[in-house]
Design a protein around this ligand. Sequence first.
Ligand code: ADP
Ligand code: MG
Length: 414
Amino acid sequence: PPPAPDAVAKALHDVFGFSGFRGVQQQVVDRVLHGRSTLAIMPTGAGKSLTYQLPAVLLQGTCVVVSPLIALMHDQLRSARANGIRAATLTSADTDRGQTMDAFRAGELDLLYIAPERASQPHFRELLSSARVGLFAIDEAHCVSEWGHDFRPDYRLLRPLLDAFPNVPRLALTATADHHTRSDILAQLGIPEEGLIVAGFDRPNIRYAIRPRENAMRQLKAIVEENPGPGIVYAPTRARVEQLAESLASATGRRVLPYHAGLDPDVRARNQAAFVASEDMVMVATVAFGMGIDKPDVRFVAHAGIPKSIEAYYQETGRAGRDGDPSVAVMLWGAEDFARARQRLSEIEPHRQQSERQRLDALAGLVETADCRRAVLLRHFGEDPPHNCGNCDNCLEPVGVVDVTDLARKLLSA
Ligand code: ADP
Ligand code: MG
């Protein structure tokens, strides 16, 4: 039988230090505690981890968590252990695997984090059979879908493993919510449609603006100068990151650091730590920066070029204002961004081209709209928003519809 409501509230308070659930967390936790498989779509920062960590503490048996990145696992491990939760990772990087497996078999773990590729290893399935698993949590579950923006073939290996334990509920978690990806996750992971829970996606404290790029440096300098708090500038390439970081530092006098996958891991970790601790720093970064970073007071996110999709835009801009205070998201776009993206389409596998083209078209729709940006965003995520949010460029400074779409058409078809 599921734990009593007051036991749940007590664990929420005693283990995590929270006075209540946020948004759909309670709904998700309830389902999971009743043994029902669930797909929870919750925006970044909404508190997805809690929805499996709390059941992990309350349920009999260990919660096995699939996570795509070792760095993410280690962040989770640290915060879980800080709350006194018995957690471990089982990855090729761990030297204490024997100990971890013993603890798992002995029922001494609440949480066990694994990478998806482990799921296909026969001896891992044996390990699970020799232990007691209470829940499978699949984090960043959009990785299972080719429609998603982050397809990881290894996630496809999960299904046979999950099916081998039909009595263990599955909880899939993601911030990616377009309809294709959603139904694909349900199908790929064998979760019934009634198990879908979607949180509200609106981030009312973020002011959206999307502008044609005229002089990127001048525009970015103005954004940085207007926003004294911490901010992130996303740039499309490593070279552009380096270059913008340098120019912005000298043009604004702000502390500006670069972040991209080509930097030495030590430098990367140092720059990230400096940013998290700072109250006024600017991070110029590729999209390698941001996943799993818990900094509530980011005041602005600027895109120096177009993101990959509306989902990526939402996720990247969503790193602003997690504390609920006013924040801005500004995208600077150029026709050449779309031209290059279309060019890249022709280089990918034919069967993925159609979905990628749709993603690009949806993004173009957001860029060229003269309507409320928030309305377009939220409709994309299946919500039915009001027509005018009062907190985006198009609502605040409406321009002649004809002008905008004409300009956009011209630029987009270039
Ligand atoms: P997500 O994975 O959805 O992006 P996280 O699980 O990393 O989000 O949680 C984001 C932040 O919200 C964390 O700092 C977490 O401690 C906090 N948080 C989660 N649930 C609650 C809650 N019920 N009350 C207060 N803070 C919460
Ligand atoms: Mg998360």
